[in-house]
Ligand binder design. Structure first.
Ligand SMILES: *Cc1c(COP(=O)(O)O)cnc(C)c1O
Length: 501
């Protein structure tokens, strides 16, 4: 299987090359030339496998230039330090007193080292990169640069720590991340990691990183030190492909629990930001997983809801900060891959993206909209709906969800109400409720005024009788290893210094 660009005709490349390169030179995203199929018997055979074995089997369909042994090793290493043997447990919510409610399987994607779903991919990507370096004979060391507003930084650090032939450097705005987010980053161990605070805001840090990527002189100097820059961006194919696995895995877990038979249809609901997670669900459906509808859930930054409902993508609108910050996004980059697969027309995709860049909007035609209507349902939840869903789920099921998961659960309710379609639903639960403690406490009617981040963890734990994830509970006593701080003008110098170390 080879990879091509969504925007122009390029010589197809291997998956290892696509993963190392990240973005195509024409600005497009790498996509597989065709989407592999899984027969029902093959899906059924996943039932008897561990999560790691399921991952290796599905990755092999796309990463055909990797050997089975390489993928087995990548999977073992990636999910080794998850806090449950299942890796992605499925918690099934069903009301017993009535049989009008169909089950909702909550796919818990937050048992990794940072308690949020980015771990699913960011634990795998570094392993795939490291193997790709070996396969392609690349001698240079890869230096991953990240500017973070909080969560991605820690997930990337945890993923790349001590991975051979890689280094990782994370910049965060000094005073611009939560106490927990800062502690998560500055306590990160590993011989190849650097964490530096930047005097400025997130935009300063991000602009600094972008400038370094675009600076020919710095690249040359790094090349002399045998170092090549790369990013761990969510548009990298190596981040997308591990996300396809859990849709298959959760489907067969649902079957294993006896709720339906192999081959029976389900719906899938995803709290969506950059359109990566739900796109992985789309690939699973195209591969043959019996998914009827993909339910795309947004918060009040509902660019995607409007796109699916009207056929117009328009980012020209007010931006809202919400209690679901990981979905506060107005440009969903991975949508480009969907447009490519549903049109097979690089000219059209290129034009859509050019229009988006120039005017902030584009419109798809009626036949394409009709195709998407068959696959997707889209709606959004506002802040009050999200909060009330957290409370209701806790009251009804004694089950605690984070704000992002609550958005998806609200939209499932709207979908079922609109369509009367009562198929079982698999919902992507993208963060531990302890990752968004204040909003969850407030939703349960508790005040957080004057209570420190770390104390809030205990408060939520005592209130709900749920355990604080170990990685968060241990932060208070963890050793601070990184106290670097710099001005934004100094970032490039710090990168060179670290690269040469
Ligand atoms: C990143 C993230 C999302 C959005 O996922 P996309 O792949 O960007 O659509 C949702 N919830 C949480 C908690 C996240 O961290």
């Amino acid at each position: 299987m080879k990879y091509i660009s969504t925007r122009s005709k390029i010589e197809p490349i291997t998956s290892a090359e696509a993963i190392l390169q990240g973005l195509s030179e024409d600005g497009g995203l790498f996509v597989p030339e065709s989407i592999p199929r899984m027969k029902l018997e093959e899906i059924e055979s996943l039932i008897g496998m561990t999560y790691e074995q399921r991952a290796a089997a599905i990755l092999q369909k796309f990463l055909t230039d990797y050997t089975a042994d390489e993928l087995a090793e990548c999977s073992e290493l990636a999910y080794d330090w998850f806090d449950t043997r299942a890796k992605v447990p499925l918690s099934i919510l069903i009301r017993n007193e009535t049989n009008t409610e169909a089950p909702v399987g909550v796919m818990e994607l937050w048992h990794g080292p940072t308690s949020a779903f980015k771990d699913m991919a960011l634990q795998m990507l570094p392993r795939l990169m490291s193997a790709a370096l070996k396969k392609t004979g690349e001698q240079k060391e890869i230096l991953i640069l990240v500017a973070t507003s909080g969560d991605t930084g820690k997930a990337a650090l945890a993923g790349f720590a001590d991975v051979p032939q890689t280094k990782i450097m994370v910049f965060y705005p000094d005073g611009g991340v939560s106490k927990i987010q800062r502690l998560q980053m500055v306590t990160q161990a590993g011989k190849n990691v650097n964490v530096t605070a930047v005097r400025g805001n997130f935009d300063d840090a991000q602009t600094g990183v972008k400038n370094i990527f675009g600076d020919e002189k710095i690249r040359e100097e790094l090349a002399k030190a045998n170092v090549k820059l790369s990013s761990a961006n969510s548009i990298n194919w190596g981040r997308l492909v591990p996300q396809i696995v859990y849709y298959f895995s959760s489907y067969v877990e649902f079957v294993k629990e006896g709720y339906f038979k192999i081959g029976d249809p389900v719906n899938v609901a995803v709290p969506t930001g950059n359109f990566g997670n739900i796109l992985a669900g789309y690939y699973a459906k195209k591969m043959g997983l019996p998914v009827k509808k993909l339910i795309c859930a947004s918060n009040i930054n509902h660019v995607l809801t409007d796109f699916f409902q009207t056929g117009i993508y328009d980012r020209n609108r007010a931006f809202h900060k919400t209690i679901t910050p990981s979905m506060d996004i107005l440009i969903s980059s991975n949508l480009e891959r969907l447009l490519y697969h549903e049109t097979n027309d690089i000219e059209r995709v290129k034009n859509f993206m050019a229009e988006l860049k120039e005017t902030g909007k584009y419109k798809i035609d009626a036949p394409l909209k009709k195709r998407l209507d068959k696959i997707f349902y889209a709606d959004y939840a506002d802040e009050a709906e999200t909060s009330s869903m957290i409370r209701r789920i806790f009251e009804n099921f004694k089950y605690l969800v984070d704000t992002h998961t609550a958005v998806a659960l609200s939209v499932i309710g709207k979908y079922r109400h609109d369509t009367r379609d009562m198929l079982p639903v698999i919902v992507a639960s993208t963060a531990s409720p302890f990752k968004f403690t204040a909003a969850v406490l407030n939703s349960l009617g508790e005040s957080t005024q004057g209570i420190d981040d770390l104390e809030q963890l205990d408060k939520l734990s005592n209130l709900t009788n749920k355990r604080v994830p170990k990685n968060l509970a241990s932060l208070e006593s963890a050793k601070v290893l990184h106290e670097n701080i710099c001005d934004k003008e100094e970032m490039a110098a710090r990168v060179l210094e670290f690269a040469k170390k």
